[in-house]
Design a protein around this ligand. Sequence first.
Ligand code: PBG
Length: 331
Amino acid sequence: MSAQFPVARPRRLRRTPALRRLVAETRLAPAELVLPMFVKEGITEPHPISSMPGVVQHTRDSLRKAAHEAVEAGVGGIILFGIPAVKDGDGSAADDPAGIVQLALRDLTADLGDAAVIMTDLCLDEYTDHGHCGVLTAAGEIDNDATLERYASIAIAQASAGSAVLGPSGMMDGQVAAIRSALDGAGYQDIAIMSYSAKYASAYYGPFREAAECAPQFGDRATHQQDPANADESLREVFLDLAEGADMVMVKPAGAYLDIVRRVRDEVDVPVVAYQVSGEYAMIEAAARNGWVDRDRTMMESLLSIRRAGANLVLTYYATEAARRLARGAH
Ligand code: PBG
């Protein structure tokens, strides 16, 4: 039966792959993807992370090779996480000029030049023996302001080793201001800050704690990371970070917080970054291994959805693979 009058037929524009490609509202590009990478001190072979199949703790050499592959695929950036051989209460390996991240930074900046943006996560949890993101008081609580002094020192160590963008992820109050003033005071006015502004106290970080060997030995991160129940609070954190000098703001995790990504995108005029975290990756991998979802389609759909929600950049363990698919014209 044909219509008696013009009927809206949205399906017309979905009819062929070429039509769908023509009218797609959101596109993913390799340059918008950032690959998080782990480098561990004192290992001679890359070490697989069992809860993140396909992701490894790198040696300095394997890191260089994998970073080169990421750049070949067109990935826009790399963010480094270091795992020192020895951890202590102050996380002293974090700002050691000969610490693992600083060494890896020198390797990558020498190898890659400006072919991709080399960034660093700036936190203490990978470096402390207690696994917390800051230094502790005698009572075992995180000392916010003493932690800021540590972050300032780490910022200078990372900047002087060649990091172009620092990503403070500890959710301490005042961390962006402390890092900005330390950088400016040391002549690093040009080094950017990508703040993990709206970072939730999330179960989705589970596999990362294996990857970075940083599970808290007691307690949790709920006194500094945000309560998953809250959305308005994210804007407060974002505006504070911008006032303190953040150049980009991040929402983390991504998939379960797309409403936050959208709200932040609508409120700010700086790049919005979203982090598809370890648990998001692990869930796709686990379901795919069971044959329950199509891995490649789920990977690409998850990334596209994060972009559609408003993220300009996506940190994802799939960065190299997704970039290769995009370069082939696949979705
Ligand atoms: C803290 C940090 C964490 C992640 C990135 N930076 C762990 C945490 O807050 O507990 C998690 C990333 C992921 O799960 O992929 N340095």
